[in-house]
Design a protein around this ligand. Structure first.
Ligand code: ADP
Ligand code: MG
Length: 693
């Protein structure tokens, strides 16, 4: 048996179980071994029958004297009754609704039973105990019993049996990947102890080993990547203080300290002769655009081109207008390229917009005449060629695939610097691990004078009251966003969806019934881009008071006069996304409000919404999200494919630092891991499943 063999090589695993395991992400024997229990049931307290106490978990060992099924006709349940005897005495055992037990357990069988004794109708009996026939290594009773995350049709009982047979089959065949001097539990022992621990202490030691191992692998991957990058060549862009000062002094506001700090970090990176790979993390409204623009200006003034990519057309247009405004007096050409349309603008910024054809724009880009090209995914088409691209800026980097990023960065002669930006904060520890402290810039300060957005969870019966409040805001001249989870109502409206608001219907209701005296607009992904653009423009120019939309307003849209964000069916959105919606308001001196509406009665979704109400910054919210959703489900991590155990250890800063240091030392001695072939193989395998920036 080979560690990396597909799972169907294990006897007892056919196509049915194979596909069930696949749902858990288990495809190889190795994956299976690394599918760890999330807790243990303590059935280790083996006692003689005379010592059984009421209502206390215990395990007894004995012989079955009798076993029978009894039907109770009134309640229509089958009761299995048995008598278990050991040297000290005998006890009655009762199972409910498991008639098949009599096929597995026969008179005279020697078994372990784990469960609680109860007293009812004048007799004491063991109620629904877990059973297991006696064998040298027990799996389900008489020990710390592993309990695995449940998936339909894959019981912990089944997993235990399979895992044991795999572990036995791989005896002495699991190579150690970590250097021995790390002084951790050896791999094979650790695998046994994490699945079938002799004691909680050993289980803990095993867990420590694997936490260490996984963080260590991440660190190796990150450090190797970083070292490789520093060996690549990019261009050094001198810091152009004259122009930067001119840009900064032209702003109608003062930069925050965080903006200054981050801009400086970026400019220092750009000076280096190897490619920057930096993430600028900043809450919505923290002012990332100006920071990016400072970097762009410095790059352009050094004679190079900049590509600025946004995930949606609306955002690309907005960036274009913003950057255009900021760079107005610097005599530059800024172009915009998006997917669907065939009109493109470029501008000698002193004059008005000049419309040019796409063909012309591409030609100018290739000649190097366009200084900054802003756009959507359209920027990564093969036909878009730059002359001297030295800086790539990605807004909302998580929206882009790794491959897309790589493509844009692969230019014929220069490897451009990469500045990624995100308003979806990931917990600090996770960021530190994945990006390392060197490559992370945090905009952890909002511009002064921003008022806290008042967030309220609105119950269905408070809807009227909320509309009345919104009407007052509208009368004051403010504008309103209403976000719905869906575009249209489902045709066969089953009860699940009936409470889910849909944009089209909501548009009807709001415009005709609730706010007939105001102008209501609607926007969603199915509209033509021209139409979307027109509507957004109308909203920005206050020709529309209320805009009903799907999640298209999620990122970046800037309409400072809007003071209310109303989110329907809020339980259908992730916390990070809700925070993004909320960030659409509170962009001016007006007090802003975020109303979250939910039809869900689950405590979990209520807790999440409460976290949104309480957390003011995305960073706090991200930590909370991690806590509430549990490591496995944390929004950012699917993307990275990070195992649960690692997620848990990401709160352990000391371990993160230790693994980083050890990884650094190892790579210093053996960058190519020639002396660590198993570690090398494991790292390769690990990197295929995990995606680091
Ligand atoms: P985000 O980080 O969400 O992309 P933006 O760059 O869109 O934020 O900035 C949000 C708004 O804040 C813009 O209207 C911008 O002009 C303004 N802004 C940026 N920096 C400052 C600052 N230091 N002081 C005041 N307003 C600022
Ligand atoms: Mg932005």
């Amino acid at each position: 048996m080979n560690l990396f063999a597909p799972i169907n090589k294990v006897s007892k695993i056919g196509p049915v179980f194979e596909s069930k395991l696949k749902k858990l992400g288990i495809e190889t024997i190795h994956d299976l071994l690394y599918h760890f229990p999330h807790r243990y049931e303590d059935f280790s307290d083996l006692i003689s029958i005379e010592k059984v106490e009421l209502n206390k978990l215990c395990t007894v060992k004995g012989k079955i004297l009798a076993i029978n099924n009894i039907r109770t006709f009134k309640k229509r349940v089958t009761i299995t009754e048995a008598i278990l005897q050991d040297k000290s005495g005998a006890i009655k055992v009762v199972w409910f609704n498991q008639p098949y037990l009599v096929k597995n357990l026969k008179k005279n069988d020697e078994v372990f039973l784990s469960g609680k004794a109860i007293f009812k109708k004048n007799i004491i009996y063991l109620s629904n105990p877990v059973y297991e026939k006696i064998s040298p290594i027990t799996l389900h009773t008489g020990r710390l019993v592993p309990v695995y995350p449940e998936t339909e049709g894959l019981s912990s009982r089944w997993l235990r049996i399979i895992l044991k047979s795999v572990l036995v089959g791989l005896k002495n065949k699991i190579p150690e990947i970590l250097p021995l001097e790390f002084n951790l539990l050896k791999i094979e022992k650790a695998l046994w102890q994490i699945h079938f621990p002799e004691s909680l202490k050993l289980a803990e030691k095993a867990k420590q080993r694997f936490s260490f191992e996984q963080l260590f692998l991440i660190q190796l991957a990150v450090l190797r990547q970083r070292i490789r990058i520093t060996q690549e060549k990019s261009v050094s862009i001198p810091i152009n203080l004259k122009f930067i000062k001119r840009l900064v002094s032209s702003l109608p506001y003062k930069l925050t300290n965080a903006q200054k700090k981050c801009s400086w970090q970026i400019l220092k990176d750009l000076e280096k002769a190897y490619p920057m790979n930096r993430l600028l993390e900043g809450d919505v409204g923290s002012g990332k655009t100006i920071v990016a623009t400072i970097a762009a200006l410095s790059t352009v003034k050094a004679g190079y081109q900049v590509a600025f990519m946004a995930p949606t057309e609306i955002l690309a247009k907005q960036h274009f207008q913003e950057v255009f405004k900021l760079l107005k007096n610097f005599n530059l050409d800024v172009g915009i390229l998006t997917g669907k349309e065939d009109k493109f603008y470029s501008k000698k910024l002193k004059n008005d917009f000049i419309e040019i054809s796409r063909k012309k724009l591409l030609e100018k880009t290739e000649k190097g005449e366009i200084n900054v090209l802003i756009g959507t995914h359209a920027l990564i088409q093969d036909k878009v060629k730059f002359n001297k691209l030295a800086l790539v800026i990605l807004d909302e980097q998580h929206r882009f695939g790794i491959k897309q990023r790589a493509k844009l960065c692969k230019q014929k002669n220069i490897i451009p610097h990469l500045l990624s930006m995100t308003a979806t904060p990931i917990p600090r520890t996770l960021a530190l691990t994945i990006y390392g402290d060197l490559d992370l810039s945090l905009l952890d300060e909002l511009p002064k004078g921003r008022k806290k957005i008042i967030t309220e969870i609105v119950k269905p019966e408070e809807r009227k009251k909320t509309y009345a409040f919104i009407k007052k805001e509208l009368k004051k001249g403010r504008q309103v966003f209403v976000v719905c989870p869906r575009i249209e109502e489902k045709e066969n409206d089953n009860s699940n969806w009936s409470e889910t608001k849909a944009v089209k219907k909501e548009f009807e209701i709001l415009s005709k019934e609730i706010f007939p005296e105001f102008k209501v607009g609607m926007i969603h992904g199915k509209l033509a881009s021209k139409e979307k653009e027109r509507i957004m423009k109308d909203f920005k120019n206050k020709k529309i008071d209320i805009i009903v939309s799907t999640s298209v307003v999620e990122v970046g849209i800037d309409v400072p006069n809007a003071s209310v964000m109303m989110i329907e069916g809020a339980e259908r959105f992730g916390l990070a996304q809700l925070h993004q919606f909320r960030g659409r308001v509170g962009r001016s001196k007006f007090q802003s409000y975020c109303f979250v509406l939910t039809g869900s009665h689950s405590t979990k979704s209520y807790q999440r919404l409460k976290a949104l109400k309480q957390a003011e910054t995305g960073f706090v919210l991200a930590e909370k999200d991690l806590e509430l959703r549990g490591p496995g489900e944390f929004s950012g991590t699917r993307q990275w494919g990070i195992p649960d155990l690692t997620m848990q250890s990401l709160t352990n800063l000391a371990l993160i630092q230790e693994t980083r240091e050890k990884a650094r030392q190892l790579l210093q001695k053996d960058f190519h891991l020639k002396n660590h072939p198993f570690l090398k193989q494991k790292l390769k395998n690990f990197q295929e499943n995990i995606h680091l920036e």
